[in-house]
Design a protein around this ligand. Structure first.
Ligand code: DQQ
Length: 545
């Protein structure tokens, strides 16, 4: 169907057709990045789930391979669901995944490459003793899924966690194993949080307190913090928290109980559309990489009409923010920059209530890096001692979007806009003065005017973003036809949105800079790159060389 074909992305991973959801078992092996994904080979809606498979040399250009695993056993007859890879000490790979059985019971299964010498890992063998884990007593048959990558205990065993719930409490059940075939359940949970519902796709990994590189999942010690991420089935939000892991107890406690997993005051990887994510340690480049499933915000019937649904976000490196110590920072993998074509640099001063076209040619595939300064006098006058403006608790989500003017914002870019701005998606900062008289910065994306289509959910997304003394406000935006990924303040706060312009497509797509503040003058220094297409196509024999 060509009618909706402009929504197809040019450099984001998506299958040729049909439905995709969670990233599965990402890993680097013998020169290839492997990416598996939840896939419906038969339709553009969820169902008949198998593992799709693709490989890449650089995480950007992808070659589709044959399906890696399909439901061909009683223990995965209703779907080969989400799972994770672990490298054993001898370099061999084990894959654990959830099967939905012939009776719709969620069990964990073991699989491994049929031929470890094959860099493409084309064939997977399911262990003859599957399932290796069934729901333990007290756990619902349909509440037991998505095993993590295993990590080593100090006793030399392997440990994994699996998400579940007891009543309304989200929990992570812990098991130790030596051979991945038999398991011993620990008496304690890794973690639990009341009133958060079912935890899907738990991820658990160390981050360095001092260094910028990523850590292998088994690394532990005084220089390390541990991150737990769980995907909240109820709200479809990926929440993470930073805390301390006890190897001897098999438990984890958050640094700050107010920033715990799954609670409204906690942290999210992304404040837009981003779910069921999973990290892996890239031993090739010593970094931890985050994949996230970006679903659609349009209707199921539109997906059926266009013949596909969902994309994957650009893989992000993830590290602890050593400046704040309280949050992660996420950034598109360096290889993304290989898609950059021509660029233009701009330095613009924009007064209150201004919209300026940014002449970059067609603006449907862009990478934007920008720095903003608020004129200092304005800051002092506006937010001086007796200033009137003290924003009550601002929130992007409950605000009416970028048309609402404050003293110091909003300002930023309107992307995927048409010439007359009848369609536009503003990505912006909004600076407020809190009740404590301190400036507080928010990073938001307003999709409410992104399309004329009437079958689309169009929220205002966003959140608070930490800005430290002396820092300028910075943002990066990746634009790719129907996806916009915003990274505020170096990736402290991220927002991914799916938008479906009807006029702002291909060559008609424009970029604007705006300052909708009432008082402040803004200086924006930025660079805009045209982005190339990535090749994402079936593997052919020529690709082996
Ligand atoms: N998707 C998988 C499950 C997982 C869910 C099924 C999260 O394993 O819990 O497709 O999106």
């Amino acid at each position: 169907n060509t009618m909706l074909s402009w929504q197809r992305t040019a450099f984001h991973f998506q299958p040729e057709k049909n439905w995709m959801n969670d990233p599965n078992g990402p890993l680097y092996y013998k020169g290839w990045y492997h990416f598996f994904y939840q896939y419906n080979p038969n339709a553009a809606v969820w169902g008949d789930i198998v593992w799709g498979h693709a490989v890449s040399k650089d995480l950007i250009h992808w070659l589709y391979l044959p399906l890696a695993m399909v439901p061909d056993q009683w223990y995965d007859a209703n779907g080969v669901w989400t799972g994770s890879a672990t490298f054993l000490d001898d370099g061999s790979i084990v894959m654990l995944y959830t099967g939905s059985t012939d009776k719709f019971v969620q069990v964990q299964n073991l699989a491994y490459p049929e031929d470890p010498k094959d860099p493409l890992l084309l064939k997977w063998t399911k262990y003859s003793g599957n399932p290796v884990l069934v729901p333990p007593p007290g756990i619902g048959a349909k509440d037991f899924r998505d095993p993590t990558t295993a990590w080593k205990t100090s006793a030399g065993k392997w440990r994994i966690t699996i998400g579940s719930k007891i009543n309304r409490t989200g929990i992570s059940i812990v098991y130790d194993t030596t051979d991945f075939k038999t398991y011993e359940q620990l008496d304690t949970l890794l973690h639990q949080v009341p009133n958060t519902g079912m935890w899907e796709c738990i991820d658990f990994y160390p981050v360095s307190k001092t260094k910028a590189n990523g850590l292998d999942t088994s690394v532990n010690g005084p220089d390390v913090k541990h991150v737990i991420k769980a995907s909240m089935d109820d709200t479809r939000i990926d929440h993470y928290a930073i805390g301390t892991y006890s190897d001897s107890k098999g438990t984890w406690v958050p640094d700050n109980p107010k920033i715990d997993v799954g609670i409204s005051t906690g942290l999210r990887y992304d404040y837009g559309k981003f779910y069921a994510s999973k990290t892996f340690y890239d031993q090739h480049k010593k970094r931890r990489i985050l994949w996230g499933w970006i679903g659609e915000s349009d209707s199921e019937s539109s997906d059926v009409q266009k013949g596909w649904s969902s994309v994957q976000g650009i893989p992000r490196t993830v590290v602890l923010d050593t400046k704040t110590g309280k949050n992660l920072v996420q950034w598109p993998v360096k290889e993304t920059e290989s898609l950059r074509l021509t660029s233009k640099k701009f330095h613009m001063k924009v007064g209150p209530g201004t919209v300026v076209p940014v002449e970059v040619g067609p603006a449907a595939q862009l990478d934007i890096e920008a720095e903003f300064k608020i004129k200092k006098d304005d800051l002092e006058v506006i937010f001086g001692e007796d200033s009137l403006e003290a924003d009550e608790e601002f929130s992007c989500e409950t605000s009416k979007g970028s048309t609402v003017r404050g003293a110091l914002g909003p300002f930023g870019f309107s992307v995927l806009a048409d010439q007359s701005l009848s369609e536009q998606t503003p990505v912006y900062f909004y600076v407020t003065k809190g009740k404590d008289s301190k400036l507080k910065t928010f990073f938001c994306t307003d999709t409410s005017r992104s399309t004329k289509a009437n079958d689309v959910v169009k929220p205002v997304y966003g959140s608070f973003v930490p800005v430290l003394k002396g820092e300028k406000l910075t943002m990066r935006i990746l634009v790719d036809h129907s996806i916009v990924e915003g990274f505020g303040q170096g990736g402290r706060t991220c927002i991914t949105s799916r938008v479906y312009p009807t006029k702002a497509i291909y060559g008609a797509t424009k970029l604007f800079l705006f300052n909708n503040a009432i008082d402040a003058t803004i200086t924006a220094s930025f660079r805009v790159w045209q982005m190339n297409n990535a090749f994402i196509r079936p593997y052919s024999a020529d690709d082996s060389t």
